[in-house]
Design a protein around this ligand. Structure first.
Ligand SMILES: Nc1ncnc2c1ncn2[C@@H]1O[C@H](COP(=O)(O)OP(=O)(O)O)[C@@H](O)[C@H]1O
Ligand SMILES: [Mg+2]
Ligand SMILES: [Zn+2]
Length: 509
């Protein structure tokens, strides 16, 4: 007797239907699996056998063949435990109801017959309708994310026996329903705000420009000057996450098994701050079973790399392509997974190894050579993608003690939204959505410079020793400043401000 049960798997963050087929045939009691090359399958067989027995059912004394189709999709993970067990129980006659075919099943079994959460449930849940099914049966801990697929029935279960009873109609389980609109619009709120920051007007302005045009930025200053504090607050002035963006972020977290129990859907833009000892796989994604890295967890949000010169060279090198493409493709022997990675990069560094070069409170102990060496660690391809350099000096005590009087995040965000709207109009129908993403051709088309601007730029290039690569960065940033100010054309004042954000070009010569 052959029984087919629906399940699903994810490649990258996309879901694919998988059909679990179980065949019981005469022969020695044996349990073989086809189409599941994963090494974990041996353990899976043991879990399924124990879970079935410990739930009070007899394990078939037949030859059991399990086939997972299609064969060409690489399937990994433990999510097939539940559908395989359900198919075996159905083949044995323990489940005898057409209801079986209304659902998609995903879940790991524990030896005692319990059902545990697995990763990647949300992408599959969003495909359930397309698979022609009515709902999905998952572990209780996975149910909230599955319920983001509003039109399907999400059945939360904690034991294999419950699934059998539910399918037989002897146990009623009410589908979990979420009001996504309400959840999304009523509960989101950042716990931090721009008005927490005293002084630092130049840094705040630079972050506003960065947010407005999607520019990557580096903050340079001594320890304790507020770099981390500033970086953390960038997400609070970016335009609010839209619902489709939020679902996309949540999918990535689902695939990474990082969904927080209290947060069904990501309500706010992510802020990720990996430590400088992170590996390239941790940062961009990878591993034997590919998982999204920090750059994908930062999708639609901010990636903060504190102490940039301390990161390993190959790790920073691995960032370059994703920064270019806004996504990352990971190739493993049998499969290729692509994860989105459209994030803003905020880097921070001390001005020198001891941290106090140029500080008014403490003397720097570093030699000129040491300082040069330190700063040169970050030169090269990555710096080419950073449009704004900002000095963050330590504040004098009396300024820190003064009550804050700055604008709050909401006020700043409104200006940024306006500047973003102008860019959306400008780039309608084009690949890039922000000034930072402009190609050379687009710079020519959208950023004509008058005589004054050109003279200013030439002077900066010569007198300040700015590099050629700094040239187009400055124009893009000037375009963003003009957008913030509602100016149709770039003027000299905007170019002058943009030039100020290239301090590292100057000191690195
Ligand atoms: N401009 C500021 N306004 C308010 N508090 C500040 C400011 N700068 C620094 N601080 C305080 O100092 C602490 C250290 O700042 P932090 O952002 O960690 O510095 P850094 O990352 O540059 O080492 C912050 O947690 C904050 O309490
Ligand atoms: Mg810090
Ligand atoms: Zn120093």
């Amino acid at each position: 007797m052959i029984v087919r049960v629906a399940s699903g798997t994810v490649v990258g963050i996309d879901a694919y239907p998988v059909e679990v087929e179980v065949d019981l045939s005469a022969g020695l009691p044996q349990f073989s699996t086809v189409g599941l090359p994963d090494v974990a399958i041996r353990e899976s067989r043991e879990r399924i056998r124990s879970a079935v027995k410990n739930s009070g059912y007899k394990f078939p004394r037949h030859h059991v063949t399990v086939n997972l189709a299609p064969a060409d999709i690489k399937k990994e993970g433990t999510a097939f435990d539940l559908p395989i067990a359900v198919a075996i129980l159905a083949a044995e006659g323990h489940i005898d109801s057409p209801t079986l075919h209304d659902y998609v099943f995903m879940g790991e079994l524990s030896l005692d017959g319990g059902i545990k959460e697995v990763r990647g449930v949300l992408p599959v849940a969003l495909q359930v309708e397309r698979m022609g099914k009515k709902g999905i049966i998952v572990a209780t801990a996975n149910a909230p994310e599955a319920a983001l697929a509003e039109s399907i029935d999400v059945i939360a279960v904690s034991r294999l026996s419950e699934v059998v009873e539910f399918l037989a109609g002897r146990l009623i389980i009410t589908p979990l329903k979420l009001d996504l609109q309400e959840l999304f619009h009523d509960t989101r709120r950042y716990l931090i705000d721009f008005d927490d920051i005293r002084g630092q007007e130049q840094a705040k302005r630079a972050l506003e420009v960065a947010a407005a045009g999607g520019h990557n930025i580096i903050l340079i200053g001594p320890p304790g000057s507020g770099k981390t504090m500033l970086a953390q607050r960038l997400v609070t002035i970016l335009p609010e996450l839209s619902l489709p963006e939020a679902i996309e972020c949540t999918k990535i977290f689902s695939v990474a098994s990082l969904l927080n129990k209290n947060e069904t859907v990501l309500l706010n833009r992510p802020f990720r701050a990996p430590h400088h000892t992170i590996s390239d796989a941790g940062l961009v994604g990878g591993g034997k079973i590919p998982k999204p890295g920090e750059i994908s967890l930062a999708h639609h949000g901010v990636l903060f790399l504190d102490e940039l010169p301390e990161f390993r060279k190959n790790v920073l090198e691995a960032l370059r392509q994703p920064l270019e493409d806004a996504k990352v493709t990971i190739t493993r022997a049998a499969m290729t997974a692509t994860y989105p990675a459209d994030f803003m990069l905020v880097a921070a560094m001390n001005p020198c190894p001891c941290g106090y070069y140029g500080d008014r409170r403490r003397a720097c102990r570093c030699s000129t050579t040491q300082i040069r060496q330190y700063q040169s660690r970050i030169s090269g391809p990555l710096m080419d993608r950073i449009d704004l350099h900002v000095d963050v000096p330590s504040l004098p005590y009396r300024e820190l003690a003064r009550p804050g009087s700055g604008e709050n995040s909401q006020t700043i965000r409104a200006r940024i939204q306006q500047a973003r709207n102008r860019q959306a109009e400008r780039f309608a129908g084009q690949v890039t959505g922000t000034n930072a993403g402009m190609s050379d051709r687009q710079i020519k088309e959208f950023c004509p410079l008058d005589e004054d601007c050109r003279r200013l730029l030439e002077m900066a290039m010569e007198k300040l020793g700015l590099s050629v690569r700094a040239y187009s960065r400055i124009i893009k940033v000037a375009r963003t400043i003009a957008d913030l100010e509602g100016e149709a054309a770039i003027g000299a004042s905007q170019v002058a401000e943009a030039i100020q954000y290239r301090t590292l070009d100057r000191s690195m010569g």
